[in-house]
Design a protein around this ligand. Structure first.
Ligand code: SF4
Length: 880
């Protein structure tokens, strides 16, 4: 029987879309919540596929100690005892928590309370450090608090949107869709995209500034200098509400614009457009933050808005969009090592006293704890002797990931809370706690525009899993702090969190949801999305239109900044700038999106974007394999030769782990260099070299079950992904198997009775083998000396129905059209289908493609690619 839809929130990016999840006989149906103010019914490809990620296959459902199932009592007691022993012997700073923007606010609040108020250390940091710590630092320096001034509505009300270091189309797709819709309704709206790469987002932009990596400060300094030169400073606003104008302008004038690598005329055009357009929003994300000078970049942007008073009014302001679903909630509870709860300051005695009194805390740290990179460095150096990692995978996602993996492995005691037992990090845990997953847990998250939304459970808790807040409370109780951690529900935690924020609000801080402190459980369950502050005297809205900053004199600070070089210099041995980032259909380390077949067809293996000039220099052809090396590590990925990447730069996505690929962990290549203010690592500026990886053979396989890659010897590269009909596998070998038939049987786990149908040409180096057992096809393997040229979408789609002989061909017959590489994940439409429809039906718009093929008619995440296909395949009119 179909149940009523549950109103909940997407667990992926910081847009924070409302989701309607309906449990029915066929699984979980997902739709966008039409009433949620973040998305008004829209979802992207990842959100739309949430229903495919909630099955229990591979889940961690019981606690484990040393790799063996254990009781909750034993796992909790061991963890409490280990932490207590280490603290007693070495002090509170010898233990640490590494938590996550995936945690709900209630989980985060409890973790922070335990570490900062009861253990007495500030050694709790979060993977949000990798995502937006530079924005936090920039906000604090400029505003005196970590305040996002604007709202999502500003993106629709602006006349100019400047997107800096932000591939919104892929990383915050629903915000991108909102801008697309606003621009369509009001074509006079302008969009500028500042990014070293041409991305899917650039296709929306009126102007793309392909800036040199790391040069954002130089560009915004030039803008500030031009604001002053053109007399565009808002003198009344600055006089009333801002300090630091003169030194900031002096620094801006002294900066060297040549570092941007941009045409001076293009820079002038950008400055003129910005200055002449009052309603301007400057949106920035990881391209700004993930830098050794990320805080300065943030302040260079904010300086321009402060100087012009374009902040806190409709359609105006600097706007940091966060990567994770609850990065903002983590900031609100003080989940970073240098923050206290409720946006209070760790270094402020009055603030510390207020929190200590409220918590009745026995021990409070006096100073900031270890930020993420330093935390794992301290692990490696033996200073951290007990570590608890919650809901994150630092063995993949931290810079110098191999060293981090070794540091975790070498830590005397490691507890891991997760939903899977076999992530690269969970494999290293002494104790594993089974946490509840999205769909099973209940609490709140805060999105990028300060809107607090409920995540609600609509699935039963499986096995012995528990919510994170409960696991932490259990350990805290076992450590002797039962009274402070006797919570019985997330609602009770939220009330305490709200009450503490009310105290902070009364002390003049920005984050205040004190009006929620008295809410009942029923109110909490029914809580509608609400943008903070939610206090007796203030509800939602924007900050700073009338000043009112959170500094001691209530004035904003302009910060004098100048461009800093990227930390890693290019050298003849490492001549390329390595940029990293996200792709459209994957999330973080693929622990959830890696389970959804349709999300694994768009880009199914690790790849490296290389400019054609660099590919030629390195002797690399499209689709060949490439070895990428830095001083920290090396990986192998597929060459994607494209002019979207600048000459001298390469781009690699962050998602692949050792669960999905042989050598896909790009963060193992990144130096652990951080911004000195924010502690955020420079994840987008490594110095790298590329070389052709020359295997003896390339392969592509489709199997009904997960292929057993380790059964084959001499495999130098592999990348696995689930497909609609089983599994797909890209692979390459360093030596040719003696028997392709035998290799294929091993790969597909075939029994003695299996038979093969094959076409092998040893001279040409081709082999195609279909393995069948009884009347079932177990798998098909294609091998070649070159990258295998089979119609992958066709083979995957028809795998279960084609005869072995038709499968051997690896491409459709003349009567079966090849759909081509997947473009629209929701509707399953491939590039060749779309290109054929454009030509055959004379299509000239994305909407027309949608009507003809259904592509782009669901979540819309593929619309930039539809635009690109239209541009690449223009319809020839009869008169032309
Ligand atoms: Fe989820 Fe996509 Fe919305 Fe982000 S934009 S919250 S990933 S549905």
């Amino acid at each position: 029987m179909t149940q009523q839809a549950c109103r909940t929130t997407c667990p992926y990016c910081g847009v924070g879309c409302g989701v309607l999840a309906t449990l029915g006989p066929a699984g979980v149906a997902i739709a966008g919540d039409p009433d949620h103010p973040a998305n008004y019914g829209r979802l992207c490809s990842k959100g739309s596929a949430l229903g495919e990620t909630v099955d229990l296959a591979g889940r961690l459902l019981t606690p484990q100690i040393g790799g063996k199932e254990a009781t909750w009592d034993d796992a909790v007691a061991l963890t409490a005892r280990k932490f207590a022993e280490v603290i007693a012997r070495h002090g509170p700073d010898s233990v640490a928590f590494y938590v996550s923007g995936q945690l709900l606010t209630e989980d985060y609040y409890i973790a922070n309370k335990l570490m900062k108020g009861f253990i007495g250390s500030a050694n709790i940091d979060t993977n949000s450090r990798l995502c937006m710590a530079s924005s936090v630092a920039g906000h604090n320096r400029a505003f005196g608090a970590d305040t996002v001034p604007g709202t999502y509505e500003d993106l629709e009300q602006a006349d100019l949107i400047v997107l800096v270091g932000s591939n919104l189309a892929w990383c915050h797709p629903v915000l991108y869709q909102r801008i697309v819709a606003a621009k369509a309704a009001r074509p006079s709206m302008r969009v500028v995209n500042i990014d070293p790469r041409r991305t899917a987002t650039s296709d929306l932009a009126d102007v793309h500034l392909g800036i040199a990596p790391g040069a954002d400060v130089a560009l915004f300094n030039r803008l500030l200098a031009e604001i002053e030169r053109q007399g565009a400073i808002d003198a009344a606003y600055v006089e009333g509400h801002v300090t630091g104008l003169a030194p900031a302008i002096r620094a801006a004038r002294g900066d060297d614009i040549c570092q941007t690598g941009l045409d001076p005329a293009l820079i002038q055009r950008f400055c003129d457009l910005w200055i002449q357009t009052e309603k301007v929003v400057t949106v920035y994300s990881q391209g700004v933050n993930q830098s050794s000078s990320g805080s300065d970049k943030v302040n260079a942007i904010i300086n321009c808005h402060l100087a012009t008073g374009r902040i806190g009014r409709p359609g105006m302001g600097p706007f940091s969009v966060t990567g994770q679903p609850n990065a903002m909630g983590g900031r609100e509870v003080g989940g970073l090592a240098n923050m206290l709860a409720a946006h209070l300051e760790l270094g402020n005695q009055t603030h510390r006293d207020a929190v200590r009194t409220f918590w009745n805390a026995p021990a409070m740290p006096q100073a900031a704890g270890l930020k993420a990179v330093d935390l794992f460095r301290a692990c490696a150096e033996g200073q951290i002797k007990a570590l608890w990692i919650m809901s994150t995978n630092p063995a993949v996602s931290m810079p110098a990931a191999n060293a981090v993996r070794d540091a975790i492995a070498g830590c005397p005691f490691v507890a891991v809370s997760d939903i899977l037992p076999d992530t690269d990090t969970a494999r290293l845990g002494d104790v594993l706690f089974p946490a509840t997953a999205w769909g099973e847990k209940s609490g709140t998250v805060t999105n990028s525009d300060r809107t607090i939304s409920r995540q609600r459970a609509f699935l039963p808790v499986p096995g012995a899993a528990k919510p994170d807040w409960q696991i932490i409370c259990d350990v805290a109780k076992a450590m002797g702090w039962g009274e402070a951690f006797g919570f019985i529900s997330p609602a009770e935690i939220f009330r305490e969190h709200a009450a503490l924020s009310g105290i902070a609000g009364a002390m003049g801080r920005d984050f205040d949801i004190g009006a929620f402190a008295g809410m009942t459980d029923a109110d909490y369950n029914a809580l509608a999305p609400a943008r903070w502050p939610v206090a007796a005297n203030r509800q939602g809205g924007r900050f700073f239109a009338e000043g009112g900053y959170f500094t001691t004199d209530r004035r904003a600070r302009m910060v004098a900044v100048t461009t800093q070089a990227l930390a890693a210099p290019l050298t003849p041995e490492r001549p390329l700038r390595l940029n990293t980032g996200r792709i459209r259909d994957q999330w973080h380390t693929m622990t959830r999106t890696g389970r959804a077949p349709r999300l694994n067809q768009h880009l199914a293996e690790p790849f490296v974007e290389i400019h054609p000039d660099d590919a030629i220099s390195a002797g690399i052809a499209a689709a060949e394999l490439v070895r990428v090396e830095t001083g920290y590590g090396q990986m192998v990925a597929r060459a994607l030769v494209t002019e979207r990447t600048q000459p001298g730069s390469v781009f690699i996505p962050i998602h692949w782990t050792s669960a999905f690929a042989s050598d896909g962990r790009v963060d193992a290549l990144i130096a652990p260099v951080t911004d000195p203010v924010s502690g955020q690592p420079e994840l987008k500026g490594a110095a790298a070299s590329i070389s052709r990886y020359d295997p003896a053979w390339y392969g592509f396989a489709v199997g009904a079950k997960r292929p057993v890659v380790c059964a084959l010897s001499g495999i130098g590269y592999w990348a696995l992904a689930p497909s609609q009909t089983g599994w797909r596998l890209e692979l390459a070998g360093d030596s040719v198997p003696a028997s392709w038939e035998q290799a294929a049987k091993l790969l597909f786990g075939a029994g003695d009775h299996a038979r093969t149908v094959c076409a092998v040409d040893p001279g040409a180096g081709h082999a195609s083998v279909v393995v069948c057992e009884r009347d079932r096809t177990l798998g098909v393997l294609y091998a070649d000396r070159q990258p295998v040229a089979v119609a992958r979408s066709h083979v995957i789609a028809k795998f279960a129905t084609l005869s072995p002989n038709d499968l051997l061909a690896g491409r459709p017959s003349m009567y079966q059209p090849d759909p081509g590489a997947l473009v629209c994940a929701c509707m399953g439409v491939g590039a060749k289908t779309i290109v054929h429809a454009i030509a055959a039906q004379g299509l000239t718009s994305v909407e027309a493609i949608g009507e003809a093929t259904t592509a782009g008619t669901s979540c819309g995440s593929c619309r930039p690619e539809l635009h690109a296909l239209l541009a690449a395949h223009p319809v020839k009119l009869a008169a032309e």
